[in-house]
Design a binder for this molecule. Structure first.
Ligand code: VGL
Ligand code: ZN
Length: 213
C-alpha cells in the first residue's frame, strides 16, 4: 500500500466517538471497539491536526428506546425527519459512558466536537444531524482552518464513521477511511452497505500502516 506520508498541514485525523459506551462492556458496545485505541494512538503523532468527536445525548434523547414506551432497542421509529433506529441509552451527557476510552490519547486534539445534543434529532455524522439539515459547524471549522484531507477513524464504521465520511465528501473534503482503526456494529448487513456507499462516493479506504509506515 502506498505510504501516505509525509502528512501535510491540510491533513487531519478525525476520530469518531471512541467512548466507553461504544467499547465492550458499554451500553452500546461495539465488538472489538477498544481495539481501535492503540491504532489511533499510533497514528496521531503523524498528524499536525486532530479533531475528536463525542456522542453527547440528553438523558431523554429520542433515539433512545426508553423514550418510546413499549419499544425495544434496534427497532425503528418515525421521527419528524424520518426513520430512526432506536438504541439503548448511551453517551448521556456527563456520564462515564460518554467519556473517551481512558487510554485514548486525545491531548493533542485541536477540537472536541460534541453532537447529538438536540433531544429530537440524532446525529451520526460529525457534519450534519440526522434531519440532514442541521449542521454541526464542523465543515466551516475545517474550511476556515485549511483542512482538506480527512483521515477518519473510530466507532462505529457503519454508523457514525460512515455518515461522517459520506458527508465529508459531500462537503468537498477528501475522505480517507482508516479501516483497521474502526469497528462496526453490523446490524442487518449495515457494514457491507456502508462500505459500498463509501466506495461509491469516492471515499479512499486505507490501513493505518499507510500513515505510520
Ligand atoms: C453511534 C449509534 C448511536 C455511533 C452513535 O457512534 O456509531 N451509533 N449513536
Ligand atoms: Zn448516539
Amino acid at each position: 500500500m502506498a505510504l501516505m506520508r509525509p502528512l501535510a498541514e491540510a491533513d487531519l485525523l478525525l476520530v469518531i466517538d471512541v467512548q466507553n459506551d461504544f467499547c465492550p462492556g458499554g451500553a452500546l458496545g461495539v465488538p472489538g471497539g477498544d481495539e481501535v485505541v492503540a491504532v489511533i494512538n499510533r497514528m496521531a503523532p503523524h498528524f499536525h491536526h486532530c479533531v475528536v468527536t463525542q456522542d453527547w445525548h440528553p438523558a431523554d434523547h429520542l433515539s433512545f428506546a426508553s423514550s418510546h414506551p413499549g419499544r425495544q432497542p434496534l427497532e425503528t421509529v418515525t421521527l419528524d425527519y424520518g426513520e430512526q433506529v432506536l438504541w439503548p441509552d448511551h453517551c448521556v451527557q456527563g456520564s462515564h459512558g460518554a467519556c473517551f476510552h481512558r487510554d485514548l490519547d486525545w491531548r493533542g486534539a485541536d477540537l472536541v466536537l460534541r453532537k447529538g445534543f438536540h433531544r429530537a434529532i440524532d446525529s451520526y455524522s460529525a457534519f450534519q444531524e440526522n434531519d440532514r439539515a442541521t449542521p454541526t459547524g464542523l465543515a466551516g471549522y475545517l474550511r476556515e482552518r485549511g483542512s482538506r484531507r480527512l483521515f477518519i477513524a473510530g466507532l462505529a464504521t457503519d454508523f457514525c464513521v460512515a455518515w461522517t465520511a459520506l458527508d465529508a465528501v459531500a462537503a468537498g473534503f477528501d475522505a480517507v477511511l482508516v479501516e483497521d482503526a474502526c469497528r462496526a456494529i453490523d446490524l442487518d448487513g449495515s457494514l457491507a452497505a456502508a462500505m459500498g456507499a463509501m466506495t461509491s462516493a469516492g471515499v479512499t479506504i486505507t490501513r493505518s500502516t499507510a500513515v505510520t509506515g
